[in-house]
Ligand binder design. Structure first.
Ligand SMILES: Cc1cc2nc3c(=O)[nH]c(=O)nc-3n(C[C@H](O)[C@H](O)[C@H](O)COP(=O)(O)OP(=O)(O)OC[C@H]3O[C@@H](n4cnc5c(N)ncnc54)[C@H](O)[C@@H]3O)c2cc1C
Length: 397
C-alpha cells in the first residue's frame, strides 16, 4: 500500500503544469497568429513608420480586425473575451517585430480597457466598451510637465458644477495621443487633499475645450505618438467620472501595476526580435573564412543573451499569471518591468555590436531596436521607481 504522503505527492506531480513558460493550446495559437500578422502586415512598414513617426490608420484598423485591441472585453461587447495573459502574449508578439505597435496595443489593453472594465459604471461600459473593441483607440493621461515619478503632484484641476466637472490643465507625454478618440484623464478636485483629491475622467476627443497639442520627436518607438493634451474650461459630464470621486489615485496605482507587466512583455518581445536578427545575421556573416556564429566568443555572447531573455520571460509570464489568478503581483510586476527593460537594452546593444558597422546604420533593423529599448526604463515608472516599489514590498512586509 502507498503511504498517504507519497500518494499525495504523486498526484500533485501529475497535476502540475508542464513548464513555467508552457502555453495552453489556445494561448500558443493566439500568440502565433499575432506574430504571423506582425511578420506579414507590420514588418514591411517598420522602417517607414519609424522614419515618418506615424502609424497608418489602415494598420490600426487591421489590429482591430485581428481582435488585439480589446482582448479582455467580453465577446458580447465585441471583444475577444480572453485573459490578461493573452494581452501580454499579443504585446510580446507584436513588439518582436515593432515595439512601437506593441505599446499602442499595450496601452489600449492593459491601461485603458483594463481601467474601463474595472472602474467604469454600467453607463460608461455601455457607451465605450464596444467602440474600444471596434474602432476607438484609447489613451491614458496621468503625467504632467511637473509631475512624472511624483505623479500625484499633478495640477490639472477639475471644478464641480451642477452638471459637469470643468477641467483646466496640461498633460504631457501621452501615448496614442494622435490616434486616440478617448482619453482617461486624471485631475484633482481638491489640491489641498493631496492624492485623495485625484479623480479619473473619461474624455471624448471632440469635447469642447479639449485639444491634443504638440507631438514629441523621439529617440525610439518613434511611430508611437506621444502628445501633450490641453484642457481649457473643458466641461466633462458628471457621468464620465471613472470610479469614485477622489479615488483616481487607486485607479492609477492599480492599472499601472498591471500596465507594468505589459511593458515587461513589450521588452521581452523587443529582446526576442533583436536576438532573432542576431542569430540569422551571425550565421550568414563571414569573417576569417567562416560564419561569425562559429566563433566561440560570439556563441557565448548569444547564449548569455538567450539565457537572460528566458529569465525575463519567466518573470513577465509569472506576473501575468498571478494577476489572472487573482493573487498579489505588485512586487513581481515591478521586478519583471525592471529586469525585462534592462535585458532588452543589453540584448539590443549586443545585436548592434554583432552586426558590426551594419548594426549602426538604418538599412538594418537592430539600431532601431536599440533606440526603442531605452523607453522601457522610463515610462510607467522609471527603474528607480520600480526599485522603490520592490524595496517597499520586501522591507516593510
Ligand atoms: C515615450 C513616452 C511615453 C509616455 N507615455 C505616457 C502615457 O501614455 N501616459 C502618461 O501619463 N505618461 C506617459 N509618459 C510619462 C512617463 O511615465 C514619465 O516620463 C515617467 O514616469 C518619468 O517621469 P519624468 O519624465 O517626469 O521624470 P522624473 O520623475 O523627473 O525623473 C527623473 C529622474 O529622477 C529619478 N527619480 C525621481 N524620483 C526619484 C526617487 N524618489 N528616487 C530615486 N530616483 C528618482 C527617476 O528615476 C529619473 O531617473 C510617457 C513618457 C515617454 C517618454
Amino acid at each position: 500500500m502507498i503511504p498517504q504522503r507519497i500518494y499525495a505527492w504523486t498526484v500533485s506531480k501529475v497535476d502540475s503544469p508542464r513548464g513555467l513558460t508552457s502555453l495552453q493550446e489556445d494561448e500558443a495559437l493566439f500568440r502565433d497568429s499575432v506574430y504571423e500578422f506582425a511578420d506579414h502586415e507590420i514588418r514591411p512598414h517598420v522602417r517607414e513608420m519609424d522614419q515618418q513617426a506615424h502609424i497608418p490608420r489602415q494598420l490600426i484598423d487591421k489590429l482591430f480586425d485581428l481582435g488585439v485591441m480589446a482582448i479582455e472585453i467580453p465577446d458580447a461587447e465585441g471583444g475577444a473575451g480572453a485573459s490578461f495573459f493573452h494581452a501580454v502574449l499579443a504585446v510580446e508578439a507584436l513588439s518582436r517585430v515593432d515595439p512601437a505597435i506593441g505599446v499602442l496595443v499595450d496601452v489600449q489593453n492593459t491601461l485603458v480597457v483594463n481601467a474601463m472594465m474595472r472602474w467604469g459604471s454600467d453607463a460608461i461600459k455601455r457607451r465605450y466598451l464596444r467602440s474600444l473593441a471596434e474602432r476607438t483607440v484609447g489613451a491614458y493621461a496621468l503625467s504632467e510637465a511637473g509631475s512624472g515619478s511624483d505623479a500625484f503632484a499633478l495640477t490639472t484641476r477639475a471644478v464641480e458644477t451642477p452638471d459637469a466637472y470643468v477641467l483646466n490643465g496640461r498633460k504631457l507625454w501621452i501615448t496614442n495621443g494622435e490616434e486616440a478618440g478617448l482619453f482617461i484623464v486624471f485631475a484633482t478636485i481638491n489640491p489641498d487633499a493631496g492624492y485623495r483629491g485625484i479623480t479619473a475622467f473619461v474624455i471624448d476627443r471632440d469635447l469642447p475645450g479639449f485639444t491634443v497639442g504638440k507631438k514629441e520627436d523621439k529617440l525610439g518607438i518613434r511611430a508611437s505618438s506621444t502628445c501633450e493634451l490641453l484642457m481649457e474650461d473643458c466641461r466633462v459630464p458628471r457621468a464620465n467620472v471613472l470610479g469614485e470621486i477622489g479615488m483616481g489615485y487607486k485607479v492609477a496605482i492599480e492599472t499601472l501595476n498591471e500596465g507594468r507587466i505589459g511593458i515587461g512583455a513589450q521588452m521581452i518581445g523587443l529582446a526576442q526580435g533583436a536576438l532573432d536578427h542576431t542569430i540569422a545575421y551571425t550565421r550568414e556573416r563571414r569573417q576569417f573564412g567562416k560564419a561569425i556564429a562559429d566563433f566561440q566568443g560570439v556563441q557565448f555572447q548569444i547564449a548569455r543573451a538567450a539565457t537572460e531573455l528566458e529569465a525575463a520571460r519567466l518573470m513577465v509570464y509569472n506576473a501575468a499569471r498571478l494577476r489572472d489568478a487573482g493573487e498579489p503581483f505588485m512586487k513581481e510586476a515591478a521586478m519583471c518591468k525592471l529586469f525585462a527593460s534592462e535585458i532588452a537594452e543589453r540584448v539590443a546593444s549586443l545585436a548592434v555590436n554583432l552586426f558590426g558597422g551594419y548594426g549602426f546604420v538604418k538599412d538594418y533593423p537592430v539600431e532601431k531596436l536599440y533606440r526603442d529599448a531605452k523607453i522601457g526604463q522610463i515610462y510607467e515608472g522609471t527603474s528607480n521607481l520600480q526599485l522603490q516599489t520592490i524595496a517597499k514590498q520586501i522591507l516593510t512586509s
